[in-house]
Design a binder for this molecule. Structure first.
Ligand code: ADP
Ligand code: MG
Length: 707
């Protein structure tokens, strides 16, 4: 960054600062010739192909803008299957004669890149002899400057054209829902809308711990979560952290974080303390799903970077600490027209209401028919610790509509009076629905998929997850139902009647997915089973659904994934599950042998020596504490040692399974329970070992050290 840019930034007002590192619409308007700007806008809004000559002009303008801000490099910024973003930096420098350089950036460099793809997970899609992959500019997301580098959002594909990333299928799914939703809108006589987009506002939870303490924990460094640790005497039981005053060091961090995010045009708005000690949440204003996904990836990266600057570590793991809440991410999702109408908001006229009800029932049908895919969309080894653990929604997918809306649907389904409406029977297209104020619809925090007045809140996501996956699924399954609805209604003789009947029938067939009660209760698990809802408890249980026949048919019909792409993703997700658990188990083994057992030995030795010395002084000084503790620690140490040996054996066995499905089952059934035994013994030893001897910071240190 140039000194000038730095100075300008320090004194800038928030509106000046906002988006100052983004090559956004305003900058484009200022810097591009009118025709170029128009051509680019068309590409951005309608997905039209961009002329190469236009690309050259855009590239040059981008480069000039970036160089003025002190930027020297550019990178294609993409989202491979690793779950994080990737970049390969190139400088703008181009030789000019023997001893000079000029700064150059061509349309070709803007539009296409060729990173070596061989080290990114492809699930067997890309044979090793064909290691090349390419990145292609996604003009629907703005270029931005990060760390003195101009970042170009791109998709990432193999040379065969298969998607190797998360953005490609997301963009495909946005196209599909656009197409199908437009068909529905036309049926209602809407000719003004030219594009339908889905919108997302992801709420992000995270923990902050002191960086010094973090560095002393091998488990946090390697796995992002604590594999050991007895609960601190105080947890979240007093509920004194939630929305509590923000500690000065955290407040400074948040201030800095806001500025960094605002510079990148990220609309972060709300920040507060969460339920668990050291836990916080941030929420941006919603935007279109593609941009929201890019922004959330950037937010996670910047959270970590800004935390480090403030001497802290930001934990994005879904379950960093046993015994207190883990972190999630709420994916608030809706569908909007380019004319600014939220299609999940009941309107003011009977016609708008009928349209709302049709979109609503499409979502109900989608969630019911593709429960398994929604579960798959949030599946990860880390998130398995949360789902169903009385802090996050269960692994059972259901949806909350609130009593009022549920009553209305009942009235439509049964032709019975809707109680609060003068004993009227709700008729689609005739009656006006009440608006559903947020406070009456948002009460149930236990539902995995809640209607909150004008959007759905998908609450099963773990904090670490890219939101691309869940939104690919949401967009696609709702598009499929809209497609089926359009097929039926377009052929109907009498639209109004067909519509009423379609809505009635859909409610009747899929109402089992609606549940307004307490999702955390035991009764719900039994009730859900009676209703025939799925309960895919772990990632290993859930993932095989990804490639089930019906889901393969869905994805290939809408060209979201080819069969090969789908299978490759299944392989990758299963592999990641096994590898994550393997790393955790191996870290445990390492910490037990090289840190915990030696610490126990040291402490026991000192206690024994003390007892011996006491005995030498006089035989009637009691040594109960020393000898009792040595005895207890020796027992714990033996248990710890034998359980860790068992874990090591079972880890070796894991390597013998040739198939990933069987290997995943072994990790789920055997390795995870071994790990629980190891932890139990270690935590048991921790509580009787003097703090000074324990080899790493404990839960109190981690959860309460940031002031
Ligand atoms: P909470 O769920 O904590 O009560 P809010 O309901 O205020 O918080 O907002 C949650 C998130 O929902 C915010 O990020 C907000 O921008 C987002 N949101 C609001 N309207 C929409 C919409 N139409 N589409 C997608 N997200 C939305
Ligand atoms: Mg929320």
């Amino acid at each position: 960054m140039t000194e000038q840019t730095k100075k300008a930034e320090a004194t800038a007002s928030i509106p000046e600062l906002f988006g100052s590192m983004v090559f956004n619409d305003q900058v484009m308007k200022e810097r591009l010739p009118k025709d170029t700007y128009k051509a680019l806008r068309r590409t951005m809004e309608l997905g039209k192909k961009l002329d190469p000559s236009v690309a050259n002009v855009v590239a040059n303008a981008m480069k000039d803008w970036a160089v003025e801000k002190g930027v020297t490099h550019f990178t294609h910024w993409f989202q491979p299957m690793t779950g994080i973003t990737a970049e390969k930096h190139d400088s703008f420098i181009c030789p000019d004669g023997d001893s000079a350089v000029i700064m150059e950036f061509s349309g070709k460099e803007l539009v296409k890149g060729e990173p070596d793809a061989s080290s990114f997970p492809s699930g067997g899609l890309r044979a090793t002899f064909e290691a090349r992959g390419y990145t292609a500019w996604d003009p629907s997301s703005y270029a931005f400057i990060k760390e003195n580098t101009l970042c170009i959002p791109t998709v990432f594909c193999s040379y065969g054209g298969e998607a190797l990333d998360k953005k490609t299928p997301l963009l495909r799914s946005m196209e599909v829902i656009n197409k199908q939703a437009l068909r529905i809108l036309r049926l209602f006589g809407d000719t003004a809308t030219t594009r339908v987009i889905t919108t997302v506002g992801p709420e992000q939870e995270y923990f902050l711990v002191d960086a010094e303490k973090f560095r002393q924990r091998e488990d946090l460094m390697l796995c992002g979560r604590t594999l050991f640790g007895a609960m601190a005497p105080k947890g979240q039981e007093l509920e004194d952290h939630y929305f509590g005053t923000i500690k000065p060091r955290v407040a400074k961090f948040m201030e800095d974080l806001d500025r960094e995010l605002w510079k990148l045009g990220i609309f972060v708005k709300t920040e507060h303390n969460e339920v668990a000690p050291a836990q916080h949440e941030l929420a941006p204003v919603f935007t279109d799903t593609n941009l929201a996904t890019d922004h959330n990836q950037l937010t996670m990266e910047i959270l970590k970077r800004v935390a480090a600057r403030h001497g802290m570590a930001c934990l994005l793991h879904e379950k960093p600490f046993e015994g207190i809440n883990g972190s999630g991410k709420h994916n608030n999702w809706s569908i909007s027209t380019n004319t600014g109408v939220n299609l999940l908001e009941p309107g003011d006229s009977p016609k708008e209401n009928a349209q709302f009800l049709l979109f609503l029932t499409a979502v109900i049908k989608a969630v019911d028919e593709y429960q398994d895919l929604l579960r798959v969309a949030v599946a990860s080894a880390g998130n398995d610790h949360r789902l169903g653990a009385n802090e996050a929604p269960p692994a059972i997918v259901s949806m909350f509509l609130g009593d009022e809306l549920t009553e209305i649907l009942k009235s439509i389904e049964n032709g019975t009076p809707y109680s609060q409406r003068d004993a009227e029977v709700m008729k689609v297209g005739v009656h006006i629905l009440p608006r559903f104020p947020k406070d009456t619809t948002d009460r149930n925090r236990t539902s995995p998929f809640a209607f909150t007045g004008n959007k759905f809140e998908f609450r099963m996501l773990g904090s670490d997850l890219s939101i691309a996956g869940p939104n690919i699924i949401l967009n696609t399954i709702v598009a499929e139902e809209l497609c089926q609805f359009a097929d039926q209604l377009e052929g109907a003789e009498h639209f109004e009647e067909a519509l009423q009947e379609l809505i009635r029938k859909t409610i009747s067939e899929h109402k089992r997915i609606i549940f307004n009660g307490n999702n955390y209760s035991e009764e719900w698990v039994a009730e859900a089973e009676k209703r025939g809802l799925m309960n895919l408890r772990t990632t290993a249980d859930a993932l095989p659904s990804f490639i089930a026949e019906k889901n393969l048919a869905l994805f290939t019909k809408h060209k979201i994934f080819t069969t090969a792409e789908l299978h490759s993703r299944y392989e990758i997700l299963m592999e990641v599950y096994c590898k994550k658990l393997h790393i955790e188990a191996a870290t445990m083994v390492d910490m037990v042998h090289r840190q915990i057992l030696p610490a126990i030995a040291r402490y026991s030795c000192d206690l024994t020596r003390t007892a011996l010395e006491k005995r030498q002084l006089s035989s009637d000084i009691p040594c109960d504490f020393e000898l009792g503790t040595v005895k207890e620690l020796s027992e714990q140490a033996s248990r710890l040692r034998s359980s860790v040996v068992e874990l090591e054996d079972d880890l070796l066995t894991a390597e013998e399974f040739p198939g990933v499905t069987e290997r995943a089952a072994h990790y789920r059934d055997v390795v995870l329970s071994d790990m629980a035994k190891v932890r139990e013994a270690a935590d048991g030893a921790e509580v009787v070992t003097a703090k000074a001897y324990w080899p790493f910071p404990d839960y109190t240190d981690l959860l309460y050290s940031v002031m």
